[in-house]
Design a protein around this ligand. Structure first.
Ligand code: ZN
Length: 495
């Protein structure tokens, strides 16, 4: 029933709505929505609830909407079906106002949230409930939707209120969650400011005790207390409902943080891009950011060990045909034998890492042997390509504290997806394994010394591209995922 939001349906609902109680409720809604929201900057006007009390002919000419100026073009009201009216289980009417954007992902999320609102409205106290929203844009490509869920009594007073938020990147529609946005240090700042400001706002209200346990608990520096938030042009709002703080459920508090004051406590910049972690010992990343990789889309790093070998050229060819890159962890003898393949890798934008001169267990070598094993191979690679590797893939995945500290100017690159190509030597099986398991941020292990792996690559590389995966080097994976690469650290994937 709630999927259909046609004028005809609204006519039916109008008949239902013409009960005295509801008219009072609507009157209250109207006065509620007429009030300007004090803090949040509203860039899209709400659909006037009064519209439902007008004759239907007038509703079909949405003059008010045509005159409206949207500063945010990507968000427009669904002019044909601007509202969503239905009955909850108790047989009460409720109204949901929601935006319709032109971004498929966001609209999909909004439609799903309507189902949540339907359930939530059943729980709200009062005789009538509504969901209203504000769309905020920060001018840098982030859209916040802030929904206010309200329950009203017959007299039209708000008796219950809750708030619900979503944050999206405007262009891609990618949703950003709390853990994408805030560093842990933010919650301390949020706690201090929320306590101060809410105490100030409620100082004359006797039923609000800002020394009570509930208030202190729900304003402490835990992430769970600040999971509703929005971005506007000047900074960030967090929202807390009075029910949690005072067991008086009729108000939502918003606390604003200026961008300048909290930017160091955010993981993203103003356009939602993850900021690379600034670490003193971070290794430089060799990335040519030419706009061809979309950080919001899934990506994986293919890695090939033990080569180069004759089949490596087949793999390079299939990579090239699919606008893909990989990282090759090479060994000594093979590198000496095929310097021109190393050169071809670098020319194609692929990355070369160090798999040791003699494929030896680093943990079993003396400090000097270990260094020589790495540096001798690096000399060969540098001579062939002009680039000196900074990544190590330890043979057999074996490292320990001594290896890390001896080779602390290198990053150790492990893997999280292993199709065991060296064991099965079966192109179909290997390809199937990768395609079945692959997910965003994976580092995939394979070996370019086997012809079966080169055969598998002909299958899984085009299929990964079809599935929407961008195939990037290890450095690119770190760069686009906004992670710092630290010397002496090991990494298996980048979620
Ligand atoms: Zn190996």
């Amino acid at each position: 029933m709630h999927g259909k939001r046609t004028i005809k349906n609204i006519t039916k609902v109008l008949a239902i709505a013409l009960s005295a109680a509801v008219i009072i409720g609507l009157g209250a809604l109207w006065s509620h929505y007429s009030k300007p929201q004090p803090q949040a900057q509203q860039v899209v006007a709400n659909t006037e609830p009064v519209i439902i009390t007008q004759p239907i002919t007038q509703r079909e000419q949405p003059k008010a909407q045509a005159e409206r100026e949207f500063s945010l073009k990507e968000i427009t009201h669904n002019e044909e079906n601007p509202i969503y009216v239905t009955k909850n289980r108790k047989g009460e009417n409720y109204i949901v106002f929601y935006p319709e954007t032109q971004v498929e992902k966001i609209d999909h999320r909004i439609k799903k949230d309507l189902d949540y609102f339907e359930d939530r409205c059943k729980e709200l106290k009062g005789d009538f409930s509504s969901v209203d929203y504000q769309a905020l844009e920060n001018g840098e490509g982030l859209i916040s939707l802030v929904y206010t869920l309200s329950g009203y009594n017959e007299g039209g007073e708000v008796v219950d209120q809750d708030v619900f938020t979503r944050l999206f990147k405007q262009k891609s529609g990618k949703e950003l969650f709390q853990h994408d946005v805030f560093k842990d240090s933010f919650f301390e700042t949020a706690s201090n400011k929320a306590r101060l400001e809410i105490t100030e706002q409620v100082k004359n209200k006797k039923e609000y005790d800002t020394q009570a346990e509930a208030f202190l608990q729900h304003t402490n520096a835990q992430s769970v207390n600040y999971d509703r938030f929005s971005f506007d042009k000047n900074g960030v709002f967090v929202y807390i409902d009075s029910n949690a703080l005072f067991n008086v459920s009729k108000e939502v508090f918003s606390v604003h943080f200026k961008w300048e004051d909290i930017k160091e406590e955010l993981k993203i910049d103003q356009n939602g891009k993850r900021k690379p972690k600034k670490e003193a010992n971070a290794l430089p990343l060799d990335v040519k950011d030419d706009g061809t990789i979309d950080p919001d889309k899934p990506m994986v790093a293919l890695t090939f060990d033990d080569g180069p070998a004759v089949h490596t050229e087949d793999i390079l060819k299939i990579l090239k045909e699919n606008e893909a890159r990989a990282t090759f962890f090479v060994c000594g003898n093979n590198s000496s034998a095929y310097p021109e393949i190393l050169k071809q890798m670098v020319d194609m934008g692929c990355q070369i890492g160090n798999h040791t001169m003699y494929h030896s267990r680093l943990t079993e070598q003396s400090d000097d042997e270990m260094s020589a094993d790495i540096e001798d191979l690096n000399d060969i690679v540098e001579q062939a390509t002009g680039v000196r590797p900074k990544l190590i893939r330890p043979p057999y995945g074996e490292i320990d504290r001594r290896v890390r500290s001896n080779l602390s100017s290198y990053a150790f690159i492990m893997w999280n997806l292993d199709p065991q190509d060296w064991l099965y030597r079966d192109a179909k099986k290997v390809s199937k394994h990768i395609l079945a398991e692959v997910k965003d941020g994976d580092i995939i292990l394979a070996h370019d010394i086997h012809d079966s792996t080169a055969e598998a690559a002909k299958k899984f590389i085009p299929k990964l591209r079809e599935k929407g995966f961008q195939l990037v080097t290890i450095d690119e994976l770190f760069y686009y995922k906004g992670e710092a690469m630290l010397g002496g650290e090991s990494y298996a994937n980048m979620e």
